[in-house]
Design a protein around this ligand. Structure first.
Ligand code: RFL
Length: 419
């Protein structure tokens, strides 16, 4: 009997929200819940060091900066350099500067690499006494449609643990366990493959003056800042290509040609991978007491820089909705969570799809779609109305028009009440 008992997990501990995943979505949900005085436990499969080094997105859009600002967190978790609001489009070597300032009042987008945001959110959460468990293995979700779901996991030494909670925030990305815990048929997956590959390269090389998107008959290329002396580059390639086909010299030659910049300064390449441009939306983003957040619910092709920003949007809505339930017993926002998120998800999917098609078709497509895409670019460069609509989509405030302004929240780190 004693031996059997030692195999059993401890009696489940209890918390209000279990957050699965400590990426941008999970750490934002956790930090905002903490700010609202709501207890939560974050379970992350990887080590802290691994999560802190994962480099992807680089710009926190205007809407998301204002979201953090409304929680009194912008300076603490973003740092970073304000984005000057200029994007460069280079078409056959000719430069067109487009503003992504929409004219609205308030703080603007920040150049803040994803890993810096995650590191700062993690520090903020831990300094506030947050419970964040790295290397939580074999996480599994149970009783999601009951009153108190249970989350089980084990520590690396094999010790099993269990937590019961009111709500589960599934923030574990596209390959996590949260979505797979949902029975078949409960969610509808809408998937789209753009039929395009990108080679993505990170290098210790000077960033561009402005984020740069380039169109040429050789195919699409882009150059984005990722720090004072770090850059991310993209090169269109066949979707089934591999990084082995891209030795350093070929990468720099292709970038110099497609960016129309023979003098482009190279630097040591620190990472290189090929991925397919794809989009995916799961509907609804809820099952019982499980709420899917960020990439666990949707993937958007990187064109337009929306993936991480959508994760931040979902996280904010979920934290506010849980706060309404816990503090006021009002579940209206929780019931609306999926529909409100999906409205923005489809809006941003459309923008990303439009920009993906425009910048790829304008380069190497058949004559008819190429002329259409170039007409779209011409309109963007010459029509103030088109430029304004583009800026609103880039900043993310396009759907905010007519909506009530974000309320200003005061912080409460005491953990025993609302704000
Ligand atoms: P993440 O970042 O994938 O984090 C999920 C976390 O969950 C953990 N996890 C688990 N934890 C416990 N148990 C399990 N079973 C678990 N399984 C997974 C993982 O270890 C991880 O810590 O999802 P999240 O938080 O939803 O954030 C989404 C963003 O990461 C993603 O949308 C962006 O990176 C997309 N993206 C970009 N977004 C932008 O807004 N702008 C960009 O410029 C941009 N560039 C990019 C990108 C994505 C890229 N990849 C991945 C193709 C560039 C690239 C190359």
């Amino acid at each position: 009997m004693a031996e059997e008992a030692s195999q059993l997990p401890d009696a489940p501990a209890s918390t209000t929200v279990v957050v699965i995943g400590a990426g941008p979505a999970g750490m934002t949900v956790a930090t905002l819940l903490q700010r609202s005085g709501i207890d939560c436990v974050v379970l992350e499969r990887r080590s802290r060091d691994h999560v802190a080094r994962r480099q992807r997105a680089g710009i926190v859009e205007t809407r998301a900066v204002r979201m953090f600002d409304s929680w009194g967190l912008a300076d603490q978790v973003l740092g970073g350099i304000p984005h000057d609001g200029i994007l460069e489009f280079r078409v056959d070597g000719r430069s067109h500067l487009v503003s992504d300032r929409d004219g609205s009042d308030g703080p603007a987008a920040r150049l803040c690499p994803q890993q810096v945001l995650v590191q700062k959110l993690t520090e903020t959460f831990l300094e506030g006494g947050g419970d964040l468990r790295f290397e939580a293995l074999d996480v599994s979700l149970h009783d999601l449609t009951g009153d108190r779901p249970t989350i089980r996991y084990r520590t690396p030494d094999g010790t099993p643990h269990a937590l019961t909670c009111d709500f589960v925030a599934g923030c574990d990305g596209d390959h996590g366990v949260s979505r797979t815990a949902v029975p078949d048929g409960a969610l509808t997956a809408h998937a789209f493959d753009h039929g395009i590959g990108w080679l993505t390269v990170l290098a210790d090389a000077p960033p561009p003056a402005h984020p740069l998107l380039a169109v040429s008959s050789q195919g699409f290329a882009a150059h984005f800042p990722r720090g004072p002396y770090a850059s991310r580059y993209y090169l269109q390639c066949p979707p089934d290509d591999t990084p082995d086909h891209w030795p350093e010299q070929r990468v720099w030659d292709a970038l110099r040609t497609r960016l129309g910049d023979p003098g482009l300064v190279s630097g040591p390449i620190t990472d290189r991978e090929v991925f397919r441009l794809r989009s995916l939306v799961h509907d609804p983003m809820r099952y019982g007491r499980l709420f899917l957040v960020g990439d666990a619910a949707h993937i958007v092709s990187p064109m337009g820089g929306k993936g991480m920003n959508l994760a931040l949007y979902d996280a904010d809505l979920l934290a506010r909705a849980v706060r309404d339930v816990v503090r006021d017993g009002d579940d209206t926002a929780l019931r609306d969570y999926s529909a409100r998120c999906l409205r923005r998800v489809w809006n941003d999917q459309e923008f990303s799809h439009w920009l993906t098609r425009t910048l790829h078709d304008a380069g190497d497509a058949e004559p008819f779609p190429r002329h259409l895409a170039r007409a779209r670019l011409d309109r963007l460069f010459t029509s103030p109305a088109a430029a304004r609509a583009f800026a609103e989509l880039m900043t993310g405030i396009d759907l905010e028009a007519g909506a009530a302004p974000l309320e200003k929240l005061s912080g409460n780190l005491s953990g025993n009440g609302g704000d």
